[in-house]
Ligand binder design. Structure first.
Ligand code: ADP
Ligand code: MG
Length: 302
């Protein structure tokens, strides 16, 4: 949590990515980095109360939804009960689990806005054992505006989730790419935040603002909120560019960066089409292994 947005706005990408080619060129930092040992998650004989984790980054296309689905699936493989919350009106998480967002009867929107709707009117079982879903579609975009006039508007999601927390070990909230009221609701409901960060030149742009928002929520709404970690995604260690960006992320955030790095592979877009997690679609792929490692790290850090 060391990066603050300077008064004039965000740090300029050029300054964050001052290229140090000679060192970065020499080795793959994702390989050279000393990993902390992974601990095997202990079996559970009972479940809950859930740790709520928001996957958050106001930049789109950085791997939030992919990470929510696949981290959730990897947690379920080790016996954790998981609720995935689609908190993006795009409905990509719901689609990624095989649901057609426009065909949904009741969604997270109804849960937030209609007192007569209970969580069981919205909650769906998925085809992945151990994973339930609160689905969303474009309706949710109206909540951003309608919530503004509600009393305790930032706590609306936390209130809605409270009754089911005893049933789950983890609730993963897939945030939309903005820092608006819905994301503030997710951060208010959460115990932890994971920031997926694409290993691309402009990826650090905006992270200072995101961390600033997290700190504001900590101070004003949710003092227990923790930054669980920064997840490097779409990493390509074969390119100098990828290695340089990852080195820079490590320099900026140190041990906050998860040891597990998600590589760029076409297997992920394939899973979106298939409507299932990579852990079942390509169970022995390196992408499935990476999310299994990440699940071990997240369970150990929680
Ligand atoms: P976000 O939720 O942050 O907008 P997504 O998880 O939807 O990001 O990912 C954006 C796109 O990139 C999707 O098409 C997804 O399939 C693809 N993608 C995600 N992770 C990877 C990866 N590690 N390698 C290659 N493509 C990826
Ligand atoms: Mg998404």
């Amino acid at each position: 949590m060391s990066k603050k947005a300077p008064p004039g706005g965000e740090p300029e990408a050029g300054a964050l990515f001052r290229v140090e080619s000679s060192r970065a060129a020499s080795a793959d930092p994702a390989v050279a980095r000393k990993r902390r040992p992974l601990t095997e998650p202990p079996p559970l004989d009972r479940h809950g109360p859930a740790r709520v984790v928001a996957l958050c980054n106001q930049k789109g296309g950085v791997g939030k939804t992919t990470s929510a689905i696949n981290l959730g699936a990897a947690m379920a493989e080790v016996g954790r009960r998981v609720l995935l919350v689609d908190f993006d009106p795009q409905g990509a998480l719901s689609a990624g689990l095989g649901f057609q967002p426009h065909q949904l009867d009741r969604t997270t929107y109804d849960l937030l806005m209609d007192r007569g709707v209970a969580i069981d009117d919205v909650r769906l079982k998925t085809q992945v054992p151990g994973i339930d879903l609160l689905p969303s579609n474009i309706d949710l975009s109206a909540a951003e505006i309608q919530l503004v006039t509600e009393v305790a508007r930032e706590q609306t999601l936390a209130r809605a989730l409270a009754p089911v927390l005893p049933e789950y070990d983890f609730v993963l909230i897939d945030c939309q790419p903005s820092l608006g009221l819905l994301t503030v609701n997710a951060l208010t409901a959460a115990h932890g935040v994971i920031i997926p960060l694409e290993c691309e030149y402009f990826s650090l742009r905006g992270v200072a603002l995101l961390i600033d928002t997290i700190e504001k929520v900590q101070h004003r709404l949710n003092p227990d909120l923790k930054l669980d970690g920064i997840l490097a995604t779409m990493y390509d260690g074969r390119t100098l560019h990828g290695r340089e960006v990852f080195s820079r992320v490590l320099e900026a955030f140190g041990d906050t960066v998860f040891d597990t790095v998600i590589s760029r592979t076409v297997r992920f877009p394939e899973t979106t089409v298939a409507g299932e997690p990579i852990t079942s679609w390509a169970s022995s792929s390196s992408g499935a292994k990476a999310y299994r490692d990440l699940a071990r790290e997240v369970i150990a850090r929680s």
